[in-house]
Write a protein that binds this ligand. Structure first.
Ligand code: PEP
Ligand code: MN
Length: 340
């Protein structure tokens, strides 16, 4: 359930509500909005005495949550959440301004990474992507540079101010990746790695949560809820395509996810048209479509020499294509009352 406090409810009244919640054997998460404070009650609250809470001072109403996720739900928070990306360029996801995160699929080499970082910044990005730990289908494929890759990403941030977005694949990598990253990416293959979701939920870093390849929207939202239930509300959702019977694309990119997430949740939702299509020639148009339908940002694979990329070259656009795309996105963003 969700306890909506009256406008102007005092801190003492909120504290008293929290005590009542804890006495019921439940936990709370307090969301302070611009207009009012809401206390989301965590745990199985069926058969609990809601009247006690309803009668407490400063409480306006107690609402059952219809969605199985609470903290991620619009019912818990009406205003959209804005998640700052970090870095020094002021990028964020969820506000009027769109997040533009670009960079190679994986960090391959120091000089090449630094070069592409400067290029994506010049093309308009405020975030730099690049995997140091790569989830690969084959155990014989390039697995990423590990900590060396993280050091290179941090050097790129120092030179450009771009926020570093990079994947954490397991619990034992969380501390290490936190030392270098601004945003922790939880990849599609790990969307239901519940222990990892809890572990990133314990951190206070923004988490970019990718939709699993066969996850329903509800499962996706519940994965976000796992992270939030550990106290980390800085979650950015990412639609990256799902597996269907279709073979012309690597994945099928369901853009209807974007308006639907905006309807049911306050969390920002960005789109990854690179994993979403698998083909560089489809990426610019899908970026435009994503912005047109309300995406809060884009994460795009961008490589200076895609033909020789160690991973995902076929779906990587060049910095020049990104630069041209940025000019089109500006117009589309303006048409839907956004900025980039
Ligand atoms: C990636 O971003 O390169 C990646 C592996 O993403 P996903 O988890 O969406 O497959
Ligand atoms: Mn990739």
């Amino acid at each position: 359930m969700i306890i909506v406090m009256e406008q102007g409810a005092t801190e003492g009244q909120v504290q008293h509500v929290i005590e009542l919640v804890r006495e019921m054997g439940l936990r709370e998460h307090v969301i302070v909005g611009t207009e009012r404070t809401v206390v989301a009650v965590l745990g199985d609250d069926r058969n609990k005495d809601k009247d006690k809470l309803e009668n407490a001072g400063g409480v306006e109403k107690v609402m059952p949550v219809l969605a199985p996720y609470k903290m991620a739900s619009k019912e818990a928070k009406k205003e959209r959440s804005v998640v700052p990306l970090g870095g020094t360029l002021g990028g964020s996801a969820g506000g009027k301004k769109l997040a533009l995160i670009a960079g190679p699929c994986s960090v391959e080499d120091r000089v090449k990474l630094l070069e592409v970082a400067h290029a994506v910044k010049e093309a308009g990005a405020t975030g730099l992507r690049g995997g140091a730990f790569k989830p690969r289908t084959s155990p014989y494929a390039f697995q990423g540079m590990g900590e060396k890759g993280l050091e290179i990403l941090a050097e790129a941030r120092a030179q450009t101010g771009l926020a570093v977005v990079t994947e954490v694949m397991s619990i034992d990598q969380v501390d290490l990746v936190c030392r270098y990253a601004d945003v922790l990416q939880v990849g599609a293959r790990n969307m239901q790695n519940f222990n990892l979701l809890w572990a990133v939920g314990e951190t206070r870093k923004p988490v970019l949560l990718k939709r699993g390849i066969s996850a329903t929207l509800e499962e996706f939202m519940l994965a976000a809820e796992y992270i939030m239930s550990r106290g980390n509300s800085q979650v950015i959702l990412c639609e990256r395509g799902i597996r269907t019977f279709e073979t012309h694309c690597r994945n099928t990119l369901p853009l209807a996810t974007v308006p639907e997430v905006r309807r049911i949740s306050h969390l920002p939702i960005i789109v990854d048209p690179s994993q979403g299509t698998g083909h560089a020639h489809l990426v610019p148009d899908m970026c435009k479509a994503a912005v047109a339908c309300g995406a809060d940002g884009l994460i795009i694979e961008c490589h200076s020499d895609p033909e020789h990329a160690l991973t995902d070259g076929a779906q990587s656009i060049t910095p020049q294509v990104l630069k041209n795309l940025y000019a089109s996105l500006k117009k589309i963003a303006a048409a839907v009352d956004r900025e980039i």
